[in-house]
Design a protein around this ligand. Sequence first.
Ligand SMILES: [Zn+2]
Length: 249
Amino acid sequence: MSVLNLLEFQERFSTVRACEERLFQLRWPDGFVCPKCGSKEYCEVACSSRKDAEERLPLFQCKVCSKQTSVTAGTIFHKTKTDLRKWFLTVYLAANDKRGVAATTIARNLGVSYPTAWNMLRKVRKAMADRNAMYQLEGIVQIDDAYFGGESHGEGKRGRGSDQAPVVVAVQMERGKPKYITMALVPNLTKEAVAPVLSERLKPNCIWETDGSKTLVACAKELQQASHIVTKSSAPCLRLDYLSSLSAS
Ligand SMILES: [Zn+2]
C-alpha cells in the first residue's frame, strides 16, 4: 500500500467496500478459508441487519462447520465502530511517517476523537511490530549488541553507559548493503537476554558477522551457530549514527 501517494491511496480506498475487498485479498489470497476448520467451501450471507449492508462484503458461512466469518473478524478492525477508510488512512500515515505520526494529527485530519485516534494508532503499531517480529533474517547477518540513546564515546566500546537502553541489532546484508533490520530492547546485554532474541529473529542457518563481543560469542555457542565471522570492529553499517540516518531517510 505504501507505494501509493496519499491522493492515489484515498482514491483507491474511497469506499468501505474497496477497503474490505483489499482486506479479503490480503487475508485470503487463494480464496476464503474457514478460520475454524480450514474448509474452503462457503456460501455468502448478506447481513441485512447492518444498515450499511449494501456497501459491505457479505459474511462468509463455512459449508462444513457453519461458522460465519466477516472479513474483519480476527483482525485489528474487528467490531470497530470507526469507518474502515479511517483505519486504512491511519495505517497509511503510520507506515509512511518514519518519525511517528501523532495521535493529535490523526484525530484532527480524520475527524475522530483523540482517544479513538490514540487507540487506532496503538493497534496499528502493534500489528506492524508483530509483522516485523514474524520475519526472520537470513543469509549474511551483521549483529551488534549496543547501548542506545546516549552519546558515543571514544574509549572502549561506544556508549556503554548505565543510563542507556541495551539493544540487539541485526541487519541482513545483500550485496554489501543492508536489506532488513531488526532491533530489540533487552533487559541487559547478557547471553540469557540476547540469545532468545537472536534465536527468534534469525533463521538458524544464517552467517553471523559480529565484533566478537563476549555476549555474542556466548550466544553463538548457546545457539550452536555454525558460521560466525568475527571482524575487529563492528561493521560500519551497524554504527548507531548510521542507524539513525536510516530511520530518518
Ligand atoms: Zn468451517
